[in-house]
Design a protein around this ligand. Structure first.
Ligand SMILES: [Zn+2]
Length: 342
C-alpha cells in the first residue's frame, strides 16, 4: 500500500510517498482503511523532530483519522468490518488510574498516533480498538478528519478545562487555525462573546463568519490593548491559547481579574516569562490542556451532527500531495484545515 513516510527530520523534513507493507491487526487492534486524515501542527513538530518525544524513523505521520474498518483482531468483539470510525489520536492504555476515571488525556502510558506509531497518511493503519469512536452517518470522513483532533482539542479546553458561562468573554488566539476555528464556534454556542486574533483579511473574515464579534490583528504588537479596549479595560474571562512563547506572555495583560488562560500548545516557544505580581494580585489562572478524552471526541461529533460545530476545510489534497500540505501549514496561510485523502 501507499504511505507518506518521514525519513529524516528537518524544515522541511525528508517526506516521501512510498510503498510499504499493509498493516495486520494485533489481537486488540483493528485495521482502518483511511478515507481522510487531517494535517495538524503536531505533524509539523514530528517532521521537525522538535517534540520532546523520540521518534523512530521512518515514520508515517497523521493522527486525525477517519475511515472504515478493514480487518479486526481476534479479541475485538464490538466492531465489524465496514464500520465507519474516527480514531482518537492520543492513544491510551484504558487501565491506569486516569483512564479508569475517563481522563484518557492524562494516561500514564499514552502514545501519539503518527508520532510513536504509524499514523494515517497511508491507505491503511492499525490502531487499538479502544481508540475508535463510531462516526455518525451525518458526518463525512472529511469533516471528521478536520474536527476530531483540532475540534476536540478545543472542546476539551472549553468544556473540561474551562467552564464558560453565557455572557462571559473569550479571547481565541489564532482564530483561523484548526483549534481556533473550532474554539470560536464552541465558545459562541456556550453563550460567550468572542474576540479573536488573526493575521490576514481572509482570516479575519473567517473568524467573523464563525461568530467572533471582534477580530484583532496579531501582527500588531499593540493587539492586547485592543482586547482591553473591547472589554472597556476589564479584560476577558477566558483565553484559548495554543501558540505559547511571547503570545502567552502577552495575553495576561488583557485577562480580567479572576480570569483564566487555558493553553494547549507551544509553537512559538516553551519557556515563558510570567510577572507573578499582577498574576496573583488579580487572582488569574493558567491551566494546561492536553489532547482530549473519548467523551470529548463523542461530543465533538454530536455537535458536528447538530450543526453547532462545522468543519472549516481549506482544501482536500490527495495522498501524493501531502508533502505540499506540510509546506502550506508551515507557511501559516491555511484557513482552518487541510485534509489528506488516501
Ligand atoms: Zn491509561
Amino acid at each position: 500500500m501507499k504511505a507518506v513516510q518521514l525519513f529524516a527530520h528537518g524544515q522541511p523534513g525528508d517526506l516521501r510517498l512510498v510503498e510499504v507493507a499493509e498493516p495486520r491487526p494485533a489481537r486488540d487492534e483493528v485495521v482502518v482503511r483511511v478515507r481522510a486524515c487531517g494535517l495538524n501542527r503536531l505533524d509539523l513538530w514530528a517532521e521537525q523532530g522538535s517534540l520532546p518525544i523520540p521518534i523512530q524513523l521512518p515514520r508515517t505521520p497523521g493522527g486525525e483519522i477517519a475511515g472504515e474498518i478493514d480487518a479486526v483482531g481476534d479479541e475485538v468483539k464490538e466492531w465489524r468490518v465496514g464500520d465507519r470510525v474516527a480514531v482518537q489520536s492520543n492513544l491510551f492504555c484504558g487501565e491506569c488510574e486516569f483512564c479508569r476515571a475517563g481522563h484518557e488525556s492524562l494516561c500514564l502510558r499514552s502514545e501519539l498516533l503518527g508520532v510513536q506509531r504509524e499514523g494515517g497518511f497511508a491507505e491503511k493503519v492499525a490502531v487499538p480498538a479502544r481508540a475508535l469512536v463510531r462516526l455518525p452517518e451525518a458526518v463525512s470522513f472529511i469533516d471528521s478528519a478536520a474536527l476530531t483532533l483540532a475540534g476536540s482539542t478545543a472542546m476539551h479546553m472549553l468544556t473540561r478545562r474551562a467552564r464558560v458561562t453565557p455572557g462571559q468573554t473569550v479571547l481565541v488566539i489564532a482564530g483561523a487555525s484548526g483549534v481556533g476555528s473550532a474554539a470560536i464556534q464552541i465558545a459562541r454556542s456556550l453563550g460567550a462573546r468572542v474576540i479573536a486574533t488573526t493575521s490576514s483579511e481572509a482570516k479575519r473574515h473567517l473568524c467573523r463568519t464563525l461568530g467572533a464579534e471582534e477580530v484583532v490583528d496579531a501582527t500588531d504588537p499593540e493587539w492586547p490593548a485592543e482586547v482591553r479596549r473591547w472589554t472597556n479595560k476589564r479584560g476577558v474571562d477566558w483565553v484559548v491559547e495554543h501558540v505559547g512563547g511571547v503570545v502567552l506572555e502577552s495575553v495576561f495583560s488583557c485577562v480580567a481579574r479572576g480570569g483564566t488562560v487555558v493553553t494547549c500548545g507551544a509553537t512559538a516557544g516553551r519557556d515563558v516569562r510570567l510577572n507573578l505580581w499582577p498574576f496573583f494580585v488579580k487572582e488569574q489562572r493558567l491551566v494546561g490542556s492536553y489532547g482530549r478524552t473519548r467523551a470529548d471526541m463523542v461530543e465533538t461529533l454530536v455537535w458536528a451532527v447538530d450543526g453547532r460545530l462545522r468543519a472549516v476545510v481549506e482544501e482536500v489534497l490527495p495522498l501524493d500531495r501531502a508533502v505540499e500540505g506540510f509546506a502550506r501549514l508551515r507557511n501559516r496561510t491555511v484557513l482552518g484545515k487541510l485534509v489528506i485523502q488516501s
